[in-house]
Design a protein around this ligand. Sequence first.
Ligand code: SF4
Length: 407
Amino acid sequence: MSSSNENTTSSSGSEQSDSRNDTLDFIEKLSDVPMGKLPPHIDFQRTRVDCKADAPIHTDTFQYSGAYASMGVDNSLLDSFSSNFRVEVIRLEKDEMEFDMIGIDPAIANAFRRILIAEVPTMAIERVLIANNTSVIQDEVLSHRLGLIPIKADPRLFEFTENNAANEKNTIVFGLKVRCEKQGKRKGPKREGQEQDGQTRITVKSKDLVWLPNGSNFALESEGSSSNSSSKPKTYTSFTCSQDSLPEFSSNPVGPTDGDITIARLGPGQEIELEALAVKGIGKTHAKWSPVAPAWYRMLPEVIILKDIEDELAEKLVATCPVKVFDIEDIGNGKKRATVARPRKCTLCRECIREGKGWEDSLSLRRVKDHFIFTIESTGVLPPEVLFTEAVKILQDKCERAITDLC
Ligand code: SF4
């Protein structure tokens, strides 16, 4: 009995295998499924997001390397990444940069965005020593405002403080001393248009923050009372030398990125005297250390005209698009045709494919899944191109750490 069962099982197994082989043979012989190449409609789903009037479709990315193994296509990222990846800078300004990152997975583009926002270190005011504040702004609100002022100081020249004492390698000290005289005259550095007779209020700006390269001038309270008059009283920082004597700072002047940021308004007789200590940190701890405002990306838009749109309809289409993606070309005999002139500008508002407009079957809106238009807007602490290279270094460090942990 048992031998007969085995024979039955083995014969049904071979029948199944024969039928699978027949199916594979059949698939291989189909004209639109050549082995080693994806059929156009699957390739479209793999590489494009199709934006329909109601919602986008095919939004997934296929990360599994064997996703198309049955069609003889290797979907592993590394091979295509090393041969296709490139970065093209489109626009580079002092504080803003736009570039295309091509041949990359959305997860990696997003990793760069998140590193830029939360992990590239900068210097920001963390401690404020307030000697006098008679303005209407409470000490904590004043300190918070000071913390949010972007500081132009190359963070690569500084160390993280952790529990160390404030020294010339980890801290920048700024002093602020402004008083509004009762007569309306202002003490301290003169500013244009601010010292006219009769003026009763003054505005304290970020340019009033004065860099103190020798560290704090405020004596520690416990030291101040006990020290004798001949020894130099201990202060809130322990600088062993002046920061402006260090070669790193000769070409890197320290100060707020913008001198016109309002800190407070002072009325007659009011005054602020304080010292602000800036240290190195990252945006993950507090947004004040984030070097970008902000960093973002979008996938490259693709606008395709499937059927010619002519004459009146073409003119209507051009007028419909709010960002002027379409133009009109003359095709002779007094006829006109709509063309796609500026596809990169498409914001995907979908106005042109909205039902009832008449173009939903003539237009196709897509996004290229591996082509990202990346924009970095720096707060001014570092140029945007430097921020990006720092983000690359941080991602590289993370990858190396992950590989070490796996080994
Ligand atoms: S989706 Fe909006 S922005 Fe894009 S082409 Fe159509 S109307 Fe213009």
